[in-house]
Design a protein around this ligand. Structure first.
Ligand code: ZN
Length: 197
């Protein structure tokens, strides 16, 4: 059977259906927990390989010498993409709210970089990593993620984005949420009352 990343996400229990309170304050009917998927090393490795294949498929001369991912979500898939591309995989962390390259890591001037995330929701952290990489004199070439769940996929992230799965997830402001109107109560993802798809 061919590789079906959506099926893998579902069977790993990484796609939840319910009534969720997101960190943004919005409510939604679905939630993606990539960590549930990436806890299986063989699935994580396969996803990293699939991202590399898609990158070469859409950019035949694709060539980078490093992967940079925002921690914590991007760490495992960034590592696996680095393995598939046979380049080093580094990660960023926030220090006093500011995106920085983890202590001890460095980029050479002009070094070509792939930015890898687990889920792209608004593209905000990806853009911060792009800026960070540029500020260090390196060249971010593209972004890759497992799940692209942006509401508007035509939105310009500043770099081409390759994803394994595109998911349409509805978000509502609490006062407009149909699930609230139906009498339900939104819960934080991962609490009870959320069922795997
Ligand atoms: Zn609601």
């Amino acid at each position: 059977m061919g590789y079906n990343p959506l099926q893998d996400l579902k069977s790993a229990g990484a796609l939840l259906e319910g009534h969720f309170l997101l960190s943004s304050g919005l409510h939604s009917n679905r939630y993606v927990q990539c960590a549930c998927y990436l806890q299986h090393p063989h699935l994580a490795e396969r996803a990293g390989r699939a991202l590399a294949v898609r990158l070469f498929g859409s950019h035949p001369h694709f060539s980078v010498s490093a992967v940079v991912s925002p921690a914590l979500g991007g760490l495992i898939i960034g590592h696996e993409a680095g393995r598939a591309l046979d380049v080093r995989a580094m990660f960023t962390e926030r220090r006093d709210g500011e995106m920085t390259l983890r202590r001890g890591f460095s980029l050479k001037p002009g070094e070509r970089v792939l930015i890898v995330e687990d889920v792209v929701t608004t593209g905000k952290s990806g853009r911060e990593v792009i800026e960070l990489v540029r500020s260090l004199g390196a060249e971010p070439l593209a972004m890759a993620c497992i799940v692209d769940r942006r509401e508007d996929r035509k939105q310009d992230l500043g770099l081409p984005l390759v994803s394994l799965v595109n998911l349409d997830i509805e978000n509502w402001r609490p006062e407009l949420c149909p699930l609230c109107k139906a009498g339900g109560e939104a819960v934080k993802p991962g609490s009870r009352a959320s069922t795997p798809l």
